[in-house]
Write a protein that binds this ligand. Structure first.
Ligand SMILES: Cc1cc2nc3c(=O)[nH]c(=O)nc-3n(C[C@H](O)[C@H](O)[C@H](O)COP(=O)(O)O)c2cc1C
Ligand SMILES: CC(C)CC(=O)C(=O)O
Length: 413
C-alpha cells in the first residue's frame, strides 16, 4: 500500500483522545504478568520516569503568521531508501502475542497501512517471513541479539532477513546481559505455552529465563502466577518449564564487542547495519568506524540500566559527533506529537515508539496500533502548524529551549 491511500476508519471509543487514555483502557484488561513485563524497568525505575519527564524539561518557542494551512510531515530525508508518511517508526519489541493473538503481524500491518517503518525483534512470536508478508515494505529491520555460542542461528536469521527483503539488521548493543528487572521476577514471568519464539526451529527458552534464573537463585521457589484475560487458562511458570528453559536456552552473548561482532556482521550481510542502544558520542563514533549505516539513540525503554541518561538528553552530543555522516534516530518515552517535534528539533532524523504499540494491540489489535499512529500523526501535525513549520525541514534547533536555561536567561532567547 502506498502512503497516500486512506487507511480504514477506526472505531476506538470517542472518549479515548490521547495515548494516555488508550493506556488507561489497556490496563483495564491487560493480564498482570503481561503488564509487569511491558512496564518493567531496571531496578527502581528512575530511567523509565526520566524517559517520560525529560520531554517537559524542554519548552517550545513558536513562530507566528507563516501560513501553515498545509503541512508536509514526511521526513527531511529518505530512511531505509524510502519516503515515509511521518518521521516515526515502530521499535522492535519481543513477544507481541502477549498483547494480541496476531502480535507482530497486526503491528506490521498497521505500520504498512500508515506507511511507517517497523522493526521486528529477534524474539518475536511470528516469523521473519510471516511478518514481512503482513507488513510489506514497512517491515524494514530485523533486530538482532547476538546469541552466545550460536552464531549459526544468528547467521540463519540474517540470511532469512535478506531473502525476505528486509533492508537492515538492527544490532542491539545495550544488552550484553538482561537488566535487573524486579517486575519480571516478582511476577515469575514466563512466556505462555501456546506462544513460541517462532524464528527458531526448536523450543528454546528465551533470555528472560536467564535473567530470572540468575537473579532468582532458588528455582525451587518458582510458583504459578495469576494470569489475566489475554493468557487466562494458560499454565504458568512451573518447575518443569524453568528447568527446561535452563537446559535449552538462548543467551545473549555478554562478550559482544565492536571489533569482532561488527566485523562478523559486515562480512555476513549485504544489508544495512544499524546500531541500537547508543548513549555516548564516542560509541556513535565507534559504530560509524565499524560500518554502521545508522544509529539509534536509546536506553531500551529504561529496561536495562537504571539511572542511565535519557535518549533525548544524550541526543545533542551524539548529533554533534555524528555530524550528518549517518542518520541518527531516537526512541524512549515518545507519547505525544510534541515529543516527536522536540526530538527532531534537537537533531534526530526519526523517532520510534515501543510501549504505546502494546496499548493499541491490547485494546484493538491492528486497528488499535493504527489508532496510535494516527493519533501521533494528528498531534504532530497540529504542533507543526502551531510552531509555524510547513515541513519537517523547517524545524529549527532554536525552537526548543531547556527550562533551566530559560530560568537563568529570563526571556532573552
Ligand atoms: C515489551 C518490550 C519488549 C522489548 N523488546 C525488545 C527487543 O526484543 N529488542 C530490542 O532491541 N528492544 C526491545 N525493547 C526496547 C524497544 O525497542 C524500545 O527501545 C523502547 O521500548 C522505547 O521506549 P518506549 O517503550 O518508552 O517507547 C522492548 C521494549 C518493550 C517495552
Ligand atoms: C526477550 C527480551 C530480551 C526482549 C527485550 O529486549 C526486552 O524485554 O526488553
Amino acid at each position: 500500500m502506498n502512503g497516500t491511500s486512506t487507511p480504514p476508519a477506526i472505531t476506538i471509543p470517542r472518549e479515548i483522545l490521547s495515548l494516555r487514555d488508550l493506556e488507561a483502557k489497556c490496563l483495564e484488561t491487560m493480564a498482570p504478568m503481561v503488564r509487569d513485563y511491558l512496564y518493567d524497568g531496571a531496578e527502581e525505575g528512575h530511567t523509565i520516569r526520566e524517559n517520560l519527564e525529560v520531554w517537559n524539561r524542554w519548552l517550545v518557542v513558536p513562530r507566528m503568521m507563516r501560513d501553515t494551512s498545509a503541512v508536509d510531515l514526511t521526513p527531511r530525508t529518505n530512511q531505509f531508501n524510502r519516503s515515509w508518511s511521518l518521521p516515526l517508526g515502530i521499535a522492535p519489541s519481543a513477544m507481541q502475542q502477549l498483547a494480541h493473538p496476531s502480535g507482530e503481524k497486526a503491528t506490521a500491518a498497521a505500520a504498512r497501512s500508515m506507511n511507517i517503518p517497523f522493526g521486528l525483534s529477534t524474539f518475536s512470536n511470528y516469523t521473519i517471513e510471516e511478518v514481512k508478508d503482513s507488513g510489506g515494505d514497512s517491515v524494514v529491520g530485523l533486530q538482532m541479539y547476538l546469541l552466545q555460542g550460536r552464531r549459526d542461528l544468528n547467521l540463519e536469521l540474517v540470511k532469512r532477513a535478506e531473502a525476505a527483503g528486509y533492508k537492515a539488521i538492527v544490532l542491539t548493543v545495550d544488552s550484553p546481559v538482561p537488566g535487573n528487572r524486579p517486575g519480571l521476577i516478582k511476577s515469575n514471568f514466563v512466556m505462555p505455552k501456546h506462544m513460541r519464539f517462532r524464528n527458531f526451529s526448536e523450543d528454546f527458552g528465551g533470555p528472560l529465563d536467564q535473567a530470572q534464573d540468575t537473579q532468582f537463585n532458588d528455582p525451587s521457589s518458582v510458583t504459578a502466577v495469576e494470569a489475566g484475560s489475554a493468557i487466562a487458562s494458560e499454565p504458568t511458570r512451573t518447575q518443569d518449564q524453568a528447568t527446561k528453559s535452563r537446559g535449552n536456552q538462548l543467551i545473549v552473548d555478554p562478550s559482544i564487542n565492536w571489533e569482532r561482532d561488527m566485523k562478523w556482521l559486515r562480512e555476513n550481510t549485504s544489508l544495512e547495519i544499524w546500531v541500537k542502544g547508543i548513549l555516548h558520542p564516542l560509541d556513535a563514533e565507534e559504530a560509524i568506524a565499524h560500518g554502521a549505516s545508522g544509529i539509534m539513540v536509546s536506553n531500551h525503554g529504561g529496561r536495562q540500566l537504571d539511572t542511565c541518561v535519557s535518549a533525548l538528553d544524550a541526543l545533542p552530543a551524539i548529533v554533534e559527533q555524528v555530524s550528518g555522516r549517518v542518520p541518527v534516530h531516537l526512541d524512549g518515552g515518545i507519547r505525544r506529537g510534541g515529543d516527536i517535534f522536540k526530538a527532531l528539533a534537537l537533531g534526530a532524523d526519526f523517532v520510534w515508539i515501543g510501549r504505546p504499540v502494546w496499548w493499541g494491540l491490547e485494546v484493538a489489535g491492528e486497528e488499535g496500533v493504527r489508532w496510535v499512529i494516527q493519533t501521533l500523526k494528528r498531534e504532530f501535525e497540529v504542533v507543526m502548524k502551531l510552531m509555524g513549520c510547513r515541513k519537517v525541514g523547517e524545524i529549527e534547533r532554536e525552537m526548543v529551549i531547556p527550562k533551566t536555561a530559560l530560568m537563568s536567561m529570563g526571556s532573552s532567547y
